[in-house]
Design a protein around this ligand. Structure first.
Ligand code: PEP
Ligand code: MN
Length: 340
């Protein structure tokens, strides 16, 4: 059940409603939008008809709405308006501006980080990506530089002034990642690691939640719900391709997830055409398709020398190709009334 609060309600009156709901044995989460504030009541409503009555008695309550969907906090119906997520350094995802996040799959060395960050920034990227903890299929593949990699990413941020996106795999690494990064990425392989998601609900940093290669859209939204229910409402969803029978591409990029999600959730949606296709040649066309379909941004792998990359070289664009993509992207963005 959600409780819609009247506009311009004083904080003290909102507090009174929250207290009442909590007294009746429910947890509360407040979703504050630009236009309205709603309280989501979390708990089993069966056998507690008094909740609705008790809440409706408050003057500041506009309406009480039962939400039948399993994901209450992630649903667009609950919030009533789209979320714009502030990732720091003046960058916001979910508004009119399209946000392109770019950088290497893995952090490899300082020169690579600083030069690539500068190159993607010059081309128009608004955030920098790089993996320090890498989820690799083989235990013998490069596992990432760990803490050293985080320090290099922080150097890159200082050098060029872009917010940093990097992946977490282990809940134990959350504090150190949160200290160095602006956005914490949950990779496809961890989208249903519910223990990790619960920890991320307690974190103050925004979360980039990738779709799992085998998760349906509803399962993915339930994963977002775990983080929201924990108290962190700053989530960006990222479609990165799913497993199908097709083998010509690494994954099948589900562009249709974009309009579906726009109907179901208030959370911003970005697309990863690099992991979505697995080949650099297909990155630009799929990036254009994603933006045309209504995505709020992209995350793209860029490497100075893809043939020597420690991971995902085949799908990485050289800085020059990335700059060309950004130029063409501006034309598509304009056609759908967005700005890059
Ligand atoms: C990545 O972003 O480098 C990555 C491992 O992505 P995914 O989790 O989508 O495979
Ligand atoms: Mn990668």
């Amino acid at each position: 059940m959600i409780v819609v609060i009247k506009p311009n309600t004083k904080e003290e009156n909102l507090e009174k409603v929250l207290k009442k709901i909590q007294e009746l044995g429910f947890e509360t989460r407040v979703l504050k939008g630009v236009l309205r504030t709603v309280i989501a009541c979390i708990g089993d409503e069966r056998g507690k008809p008094q909740l609705q009555q008790a809440v409706e008695a408050f003057d500041c309550v506009e309406s009480v709405v039962p939400i039948l969907k399993p994901y209450k906090l992630a649903s667009l119906e609950t919030k009533g308006e789209r979320s714009v997520i502030d990732i720091g350094m003046g960058v916001k995802i979910g508004g009119k501006d399209l946000i392109v996040i770019a950088g290497p799959c893995s952090v490899e060395n300082e020169k690579q980080i600083v030069e690539t960050a500068q190159a993607v920034k010059d081309a128009g990227a608004k955030a920098f990506r790089g993996g320090a903890y890498k989820p690799r299929t083989s235990p013998y593949s490069f596992q990432g530089m760990g803490e050293k990699g985080l320090k290099l990413l922080a150097k890159g941020r200082e050098a060029v002034g872009l917010p940093i996106v990097t992946e977490v795999m282990d809940a134990g690494d959350i504090p150190i990642i949160a200290d160095h990064a602006d956005v914490i990425q949950v990779g496809a392989r961890n989208v249903q690691n519910f223990a990790l998601l619960k920890h991320l609900g307690k974190v103050k940093k925004p979360i980039l939640l990738k779709r799992g290669m085998m998760t349906t859209i509803d399962e993915w939204l339930m994963s977002a719900e775990y983080i929201l229910a924990g108290g962190n409402s700053n989530i960006i969803l990222c479609e990165r391709g799913i497993r199908t029978f097709e083998t010509a591409t690494r994954n099948t990029l589900d562009i249709s997830a974009v309009p579906v999600l726009k109907e179901k959730t208030h959370l911003p949606v970005i697309v990863d055409p690099s992991h979505g296709t697995g080949f650099w040649q297909y990155v630009a066309p799929m990036a254009f398709a994603a933006i045309a379909a209504g995505a709020d941004g992209l995350i793209i792998e860029v490497h100075q020398k893809p043939e020597t990359a420690m991971s995902d070289g085949a799908q990485s664009l050289k800085p020059q190709k990335f700059a060309e993509l950004m130029k063409q992207l501006r034309i598509i963005a304009k056609a759908v009334n967005r700005i890059v």
